[in-house]
Ligand binder design. Structure first.
Ligand SMILES: Cc1cc2nc3c(=O)[nH]c(=O)nc-3n(C[C@H](O)[C@H](O)[C@H](O)COP(=O)(O)OP(=O)(O)OC[C@H]3O[C@@H](n4cnc5c(N)ncnc54)[C@H](O)[C@@H]3O)c2cc1C
Length: 455
């Protein structure tokens, strides 16, 4: 076994029981290592407690509003509806608590020792937790990230995703600030639940890094849902009003009134009180822990992965990194460096976005001659309703090799559809393979195998 070494209390001490840390700990224990893990806040980390899982539950809740309005076209009369935020939050909390306990059992059943408290590195082989000193052959930093707010007057009056999941009431008017996927998702959640929602972003268009057609299509769909999108705008200060509400003064002098200002303007690596000064670990220019392709820091016994290394900040990536590290340390013959190519991803905006592979802009910049296939249509389900929302599908194809380089979608269940397409792209599918695939009718997904004419 890799680094197992008797003079140490454990072979691996993991700091942070989030997606990456738990996976690395359990997998390492499964490979026979003696493993301990520390968690200072919540078992399961960001994803389970204040990230992917509760967010998706809130997204589900916010869709009912539209479903009720569609129902009449299908012959249903929905007499009256009422939404109760405290019920949603209480039910969500119960489910998250259940998941926390599942994580506890998974760790204990796999033989990992759990320490609940803040861990601090004392030196390259020693960690302190709850007044106890534990020596380790290897230390893994998997401490994740933390939401950031800008340093403007009144920033303390604003919330982040950490607090949004526990608000006592649904605010009547919300300003969401940011242009990344979390801001787009929360604007959709608040709007769908009935809050008057404004989204402010300092750039020209949200979702930088996504395909331009997808960004523009989503912008138009979101505008159709009454979210007040304000691009090229930013908040200069926030003030509490006499009636308890907030006044957000924009840089151009305009004042917007709201009951909640929500910042989703990025996350910083969580390094607070970690004791990195006692090690040779170095940081990147962006402040993330610097690692090589094998998750090694500058300190040979200390490794890092997940959001804290600032690479691809997604749960499935942290899970894959955790498994890769466990193999490298405790089953080196099975180890392969992780392949970061073709990672599919979804944005649970309304409608959803999902994407895998290159955007048209990236592929052109890399010098590919392209054929672009694009289709925009009204989904069958909406044809009996007043809803004018449209689905967009796009394939980016290399004109010389016929290989499909990227696949992008805006529309219901985009994530469910693109997950399957990602397998095809991983297998190197050409457009011809897409064309030879028989569709499933009637679905939206069949459009991906029936687009024949390049635009
Ligand atoms: C609002 C939101 C929505 C998201 N939605 C998605 C999504 O839909 N899909 C997706 O794939 N990803 C999503 N993510 C990203 C995903 O949550 C992260 O990529 C993932 O959780 C990273 O895992 P991690 O193990 O690196 O860190 P984390 O899950 O953040 O875990 C780190 C853990 O370390 C603990 N910790 C920190 N310091 C210490 C210390 N010194 N001692 C002990 N414990 C410590 C923290 O309390 C935390 O529990 C979302 C994130 C947010 C914020």
């Amino acid at each position: 076994m890799g680094n197992a070494s008797a003079p140490f209390d454990v072979d691996l001490f993991v700091i942070g029981a989030g997606s990456g840390g738990v996976r690395a700990a359990r997998f390492s224990a499964g490979l026979g290592a003696r493993v301990a893990i520390a968690e200072s806040r919540y078992l399961g980390g960001t994803c389970v407690n204040v990230g992917c899982v509760p967010k998706k539950l809130l997204v589900h809740s916010s869709h009912f509003h539209e479903d009720f309005s569609h129902a009449s076209g299908f012959g249903w009369t929905v007499e009256s509806t009422h939404f109760d935020w405290p019920t949603l939050i209480a039910n969500k909390n119960r489910e998250i608590h259940r998941l926390n306990e599942i994580y506890r059992k998974l760790l204990l059943n796999s033989g990992v020792t759990l320490h609940e408290g803040h861990a601090r590195i004392l030196d390259p082989h020693n960690v302190e937790i709850n007044g106890q000193r534990i020596s380790a052959a290897n230390i893994l930093i998997a401490t994740g990230g933390w939401p950031q707010k800008p340093e403007i007057p009144g920033a303390e009056l604003a919330i982040t995703s950490n607090e949004a999941f526990f608000l006592p009431q649904l605010p009547r008017r919300v300003i969401v600030v940011g242009g990344g996927y979390i801001s787009v998702e929360f604007a959709g959640i608040f709007n769908g639940l009935g809050a008057q929602t404004t989204q402010i972003y300092r750039g020209d268009l949200f979702l930088r890094g996504f395909d331009q057609s997808i960004r523009e299509h989503l912008r138009d769909q979101v505008r159709g849902k009454n979210i007040d999108l304000q691009f090229n705008a930013d908040i200069a200060r926030i003030d509490r009003q006499a009636d308890g509400s907030l006044a957000a003064t924009l840089q151009d002098g305009r004042v917007l009134h709201a009951d909640c200002v929500f910042y989703a303007t990025g996350r910083r690596p969580m390094l607070d009180g970690l004791g990195l000064e006692n090690t040779a670990v170095t940081l990147t220019d962006a402040g993330s822990i610097k690692v090589d392709e094998n998750f090694r820091t500058q300190e040979p016994s200390i490794h890092a992965l997940g959001d804290v290394i600032g690479r691809v900040q997604l749960t499935p990536v942290a899970l894959a990194e955790g498994m890769a590290l466990a193999r490298r340390l405790f089953s080196p013959e099975e180890y392969r460096p992780l392949n970061y190519k073709l990672i599919p991803t979804a944005v649970f905006s309304q409608p959803n976005i999902a994407t895998v592979g290159w955007t048209e802009q990236e592929a052109r910049a890399a010098g590919h001659k392209l054929k672009i296939y694009e289709s925009s249509f009204r989904p069958l389900k909406l044809t009996l309703t007043e809803d004018t929302q449209k689905t967009l599908m796009k394939l980016v194809v290399d004109a010389d090799t016929d290989q499909v380089l990227g696949c992008h979608m805006v529309g219901d269940d985009a994530g469910e559809i693109i997950q399957g397409i990602a397998i095809a792209l991983k297998a190197g599918a050409t457009k011809r393979v897409f064309d030879e695939t028989i569709g499933i009718h009637p679905t939206a997904a069949e459009e991906f195998v029936t687009m024949r004419t390049a635009v």
